[in-house]
Ligand binder design. Structure first.
Ligand code: AMP
Length: 282
């Protein structure tokens, strides 16, 4: 497995792989600090594609002022070992200057889907995500790109961006990988103190309880939201709820009733971490 830092090198590696019949080309964009959730994405990609590129790039344009861009963990040596073990053929780990040699005047902004949930509390975040993923798609030129359902809104937005802008890439969304106690794996879990880490599985427990209530009783969305809020106040009192929303999984619009498939998504600040999780109830 090779690690490339320049656009020219990674383009050449992908071109060589195609020329020698090693496609299809799979692509897993990440910000590094990789865990088993990322590993599963790479394994899935490697099972479907002959040549898998993983990008490791902490993208400054998707962080807001006061967010954790500087503090975000950078662990390229460990990341490379995980990628190789999972079947990646190459890592693309560019510098910020390689990706943004000048201030970008062109950006990809996605309406509606990008303005709710995390988009409401992190203005500009999804414009940064779409712009960098669009650039990476143009650099790597993958046939298939792999995203995690943990970032459900992000995956929905990228799928829509690829459709609207005719990127010739199939978007594959893989299930959320969890710790044994249910906490969704995240590079930001390492910000948690031991007591916070011990309490954090309350997030997924509250989503599971809500899913059970929906399957059994079809309560109104407001009642589901109130029940999650109450459970978190009880089990995770240190958590500061950013949002708890019930939305249509296709267009991410708020729903009032739970008699059709619904995505329950939440974001909670816990100490230095902002944790997100979600569950789809069919
Ligand atoms: P990140 O490095 O956090 O930007 O994530 C890179 C990719 O890994 C995104 O597509 C995420 O949705 C995905 N990912 C992160 N955590 C998980 C997880 N626990 N399970 C599955 N995919 C994940």
């Amino acid at each position: 497995m090779n690690i490339y830092t320049t656009i020219t090198e990674v383009r050449q590696a992908v071109a060589d792989a195609r020329a020698t019949g090693r496609g299809p080309i799979g692509f897993v964009p990440t910000m590094g600090a990789l865990h088993a959730g990322h590993g599963r994405l790479v394994e899935t990609a490697a099972a479907r594609c002959g040549f898998v590129v993983v990008s490791v790039f902490v993208n400054p344009t998707q962080f807001g002022p006061g967010e954790d861009f500087a503090a975000y963990p950078r662990t390229l040596v460990e990341d490379a070992a995980r990628c190789e073990a999972a079947g990646a053929a190459a890592i693309f780990a560019p510098s910020v200057a390689e990706i943004y040699p000048q201030p970008g005047l062109a950006q990809v902004h996605i309406q509606a889907l990008g303005e709710t949930l995390c988009g409401a509390s992190r203005p500009g975040h999804f414009t940064g995500v779409c712009t960098v993923v669009g650039k990476l798609f143009n650099i790597v030129g993958p046939d298939q790109a792999f995203f995690g359902a943990k970032d459900f809104q992000q995956a929905a937005i990228i799928r829509r961006m690829a459709a609207d802008l005719n990127f010739p890439v199939e978007i594959v969304v893989c299930p959320t990988v969890r710790e044994p106690d249910g906490l969704a794996m995240s590079s930001r879990n390492r910000y948690l103190t031991p007591p916070q880490r011990a309490a954090a599985p309350a997030l997924f427990r509250s989503l599971q309880a809500a899913a059970t209530a929906i399957r059994e009783r079809r309560p109104a969305a407001n009642d589901v939201r109130a029940a999650i809020q109450a459970q978190l106040a009880d089990e995770l009192p240190e958590g500061d709820v950013d949002y708890i929303e019930l939305v249509d999984p296709h267009d991410l619009r708020n729903v009032q009733t739970t008699d059709r498939p619904v995505l329950i998504a939440l974001a909670v600040r816990l100490g230095k971490a902002r944790l997100i999780d979600n569950i789809v109830v069919d």
